[in-house]
Design a protein around this ligand. Structure first.
Ligand code: TRP
Length: 453
């Protein structure tokens, strides 16, 4: 990845380049598809509150941990755990990371395919080709799902094959700000529509009685998913990071960009969901839970763009879905890079062979999911909500008790000259050794207990 040289493992072109690549990994469908869906399913404002807390208390410290393990070891997750300790156990955790990457990407490309489908849906709708528009908008069409997912996967593999950093850096630098502009304009538009204000209320006024252990797990899973944590994506990205960079600082930018965009997406989609309901669309069931499922966002948003009407509706709708596809692409790249770099480093396979091989495996799984999209919910629960926090938990134990904090401090000190005087390290080290693993352990333990007993 990046500018791959024959002797070293390549590096990001610049500090900004790295921040853009990591932000590109973080900002994706997680922010605009997964976050609003999970949030609406889990009571809106209460979820937002817990989610934000978990992002800062657990997500950010774990991000710093992943980046330092990656930069120190200059390896993929399996190799990193091997390189930094003699433990026989932790490389298994690395395999779990690789597996999570493979499975998550296999349903991620299905949803990414929908964003491409809806890009065309907007164009067909505004061209008056109603039947074509309805056809591409059908998320239950297995062949269509499979076809578009394969196209998306081909793009992802294609980028991984070449020099990644150029493409990602450019895409993120210009297109991400544009995505933010569209979000803000759409929010302004939506807030004046009938029924929207109820959505804002549901998003921003927490109902504390709604907080339960399901929300806790959902919020934690979402924090890991959205920040691209828990499966070594940032170990891998960190392995290409220059020693000159200040890890806590860059991790801070990435975290803020990620949560900022998620917050905006919620502010657009919650009102949109309530508007849809106002227009008679059945969105919530009698028990208050969301009934529309994984494809909800893809039913509510296009309507919104249709309602805007005229050229404006077309421009906004098509641009929005185009940008969302690009955001999904820069995230998918980081998911694919984990298994790919594992095979390259540990099995001495060429980058090209590795990327195509893994890409093919993932495509096969995707095609199965394409025909039964209800699998997305199940796989997402196992590999994101449970799998990622589990990976994060193991990483904290690894860093705190096997690799040891002093070594982490030496690594973090590169690019962070004042680390000895700064409050950051002592606080972070308490979080990595105690706060994060205990919190993750409690929330995960609670869920698994409820599941099996
Ligand atoms: N964070 C991305 C998103 O929000 C998805 C993603 C990319 C991811 N890399 C990851 C999720 C690694 C978990 C782990 O869309």
């Amino acid at each position: 990845m990046a500018t791959t040289q024959s002797t070293s493992r390549g590096n990001w072109n610049s500090k900004l380049g790295f921040i853009l690549a990591a932000a590109g990994s973080a900002v994706g469908l997680g922010n605009i598809w997964r976050y609003p869906t999970v949030m609406a399913e889990n009571g809106g404002a209460a979820f937002l509150l817990i989610y934000a807390l978990l992002v800062f208390i657990v997500g950010y410290p774990v991000m710093v941990a992943e980046l330092s393990v990656g930069r120190k070891s200059e390896r993929n997750p399996v190799g990193a755990f091997r390189a930094l300790s003699n433990s026989k156990f932790f490389p298994i955790v690395g395999f779990w990371c690789v597996l999570c990457g493979i499975v998550i990407l296999s349903y991620y490309v299905i949803v990414a395919g929908w964003t491409i489908g809806y890009f065309f849906e907007q164009i067909f709708h505004y061209s008056g080709w109603t039947e074509m528009a309805a056809w591409v908008a059908n998320t239950d069409n297995g062949w269509l799902n499979a076809g578009v997912a394969i196209v998306f996967m081909a793009f992802t593999v294609g980028i991984i094959l070449g020099g990644v950093s150029e493409g990602i850096e450019r895409a993120v630098k210009y297109l991400m700000p544009l995505l933010i502009v569209i979000l803000v304009v759409m929010i302004a538009y939506v807030l004046f529509q009938p029924g929207a204000i109820d959505g804002v209320r549901a998003y921003l006024l927490p109902d504390f009685s709604a907080i339960n252990s399901d929300i806790l797990l959902a919020a934690m899973g979402q924090a890991f998913f959205s920040l691209s944590l828990g499966m070594g994506a940032l170990i891998t990205y960190g392995s290409y990071l220059s020693k000159k960079e200040n890890i806590p600082e860059v991790a801070g930018y990435v975290t803020l960009a990620d949560i900022g965009i998620a917050f905006l997406a919620g502010l657009l989609i919650m009102p949109a969901i309530f508007m849809a309901q106002n227009q008679g669309v059945q969105v919530f069931g009698d028990d208050g839970s969301l009934i529309a499922g994984a494809a909800l966002i893809f039913q509510v948003l296009p309507e919104l763009f249709h309602n805007m009407g005229g050229v404006i509706g077309l421009v906004f709708g098509a641009t929005f879905f185009f940008l969302l596809s690009i955001a999904a692409l820069t995230s998918a790249i980081s998911l694919l890079e984990v298994p790919t770099s594992y095979i390259i480093d540990e099995h001495k396979v060429r980058r090209k062979t590795a990327a195509i091989l893994i890409g093919a495996i993932i495509t096969v799984i995707s095609v199965v999911i394409a025909f039964d999209t209800s699998l997305i919910g199940t796989l997402d629960f196992i590999f994101s909500d449970v799998g990622l926090p589990l990976g994060g938990f193991m990483l904290c134990l690894f860093l705190g008790y096997f690799w040891k904090m002093e070594n982490a401090k030496l690594e973090l000190g590169q690019g962070f000259a004042s680390i000895d005087e700064h409050w950051f390290f002592p606080v972070w080290s308490v979080f990595i050794r105690f706060v994060c693993p205990i919190l993750i352990g409690l929330i995960l333990g609670r869920t698994l207990w409820a599941l099996f007993f």
